[in-house]
Design a binder for this molecule. Structure first.
Ligand code: HEC
Length: 261
């Protein structure tokens, strides 16, 4: 009896652990200028909206890729947000990468292949800094996850270019309400209507930011949708097992109490 009791306790514990792991959301920022927001991928069953992530890729490609790399992502990974292999091939082939040296040792350029990583705007970080007044535009692959406040911070940052308060010295950059210290080296990248969405969605500033969040959450956690749907199945399984165990526990105890065992 003791053993069955224990097993049931362990199952309850496991169920609870799985549940809390699933609801685990990113760290909250202490910065009062970052409002905690709700996103489609929050919570136990939340998923990344793939159509939104594809629009985010378009914004990244047309606006952000001029300064920011995305070096942890290969073109073929785009299948994760619904691209077919032909679409990936033609997307990759718009870009050029260094080819292997030929038989004479000459290095030329070749069109990028699906297996190549996203090309970087600069050859190295010194060049990146040189072109941005000494500030290094960070790689965006993991940036949403890497900042305290995560997606909420990202949203507030891109929305945070406001009129600077009087007497504020912004000679070293641009005033931004959400950026720690409020002075950022990145000029405001989005105003709304910055792209013409291929799927016809209206490109408001809000829409562009939300789409970038979908896309960059996916680049940081490409397994998020699979993990959550697997977690959900494990959760159901644990509930099922707990119920079965509980029923058998009741049944056995009934017989013990009745003095049959
Ligand atoms: C003209 C170049 C340029 C463009 C275009 C640009 N950025 Fe930046 N970005 C920078 C620089 C430079 C920094 C570093 C800022 C600093 O250190 O003060 C930066 C920093 C950032 C950061 C990190 C902020 C932090 O908390 O450290 C994020 C996120 C970011 N950019 C997102 C974007 C997105 C999204 C786009 C496209 C919509 C974009 N950037 C377009 C130059 C650019």
């Amino acid at each position: 009896m003791f053993i069955i009791n224990k097993i049931i306790q362990i199952f309850f514990l496991l169920t609870t652990i799985v549940f809390f792991n699933l609801t685990n959301v990113n760290a909250n920022s202490n910065d009062s200028n970052v409002d905690k927001m709700h996103f489609s991928f929050d919570g136990v069953f939340g998923m990344i909206d793939k159509a939104s992530a594809r629009r985010g890729l378009q914004v990244y490609t047309e606006i952000c890729s001029g300064c920011h790399s995305l070096k942890h992502v290969s073109y073929r990974n785009l299948s994760g947000i619904g691209f077919s292999s032909d679409q990936i091939k033609s997307f990759a082939s718009q870009y050029e990468v260094l080819a292997d040296p030929d038989s004479e040792g000459e290095v030329t350029m070749r069109p990028a292949l699906p297996s190549d990583r996203f090309i970087s705007p600069y050859n190295n970080s010194n060049q990146a800094k040189y072109m941005n007044n000494g500030a290094l535009p960070p790689d965006l692959s993991l940036v949403v996850k890497a900042r305290a406040g995560a997606a909420s911070y990202f949203y507030s940052l891109l929305n945070g270019y406001k009129e600077e308060p009087e007497n504020f010295d912004s000679s070293n950059g641009y005033y931004n309400e959400a950026y720690p210290g409020h002075i950022i080296a990145m000029p405001q990248p989005l105003y709304g209507e910055d792209v013409e969405y291929l799927d016809g969605t209206e490109a408001t500033l809000e829409q562009e930011i939300m789409d970038l969040i979908s896309f960059l959450t996916w680049t940081g956690q490409p397994e998020l949708n699979e993990r959550k749907s697997m977690g959900f199945r494990v959760f159901l399984f644990l509930i099922f097992m707990t119920t079965i165990l509980f029923i058998s526990y009741k049944k056995i105890w009934k017989r013990v109490k009745a003095g049959l065992i």
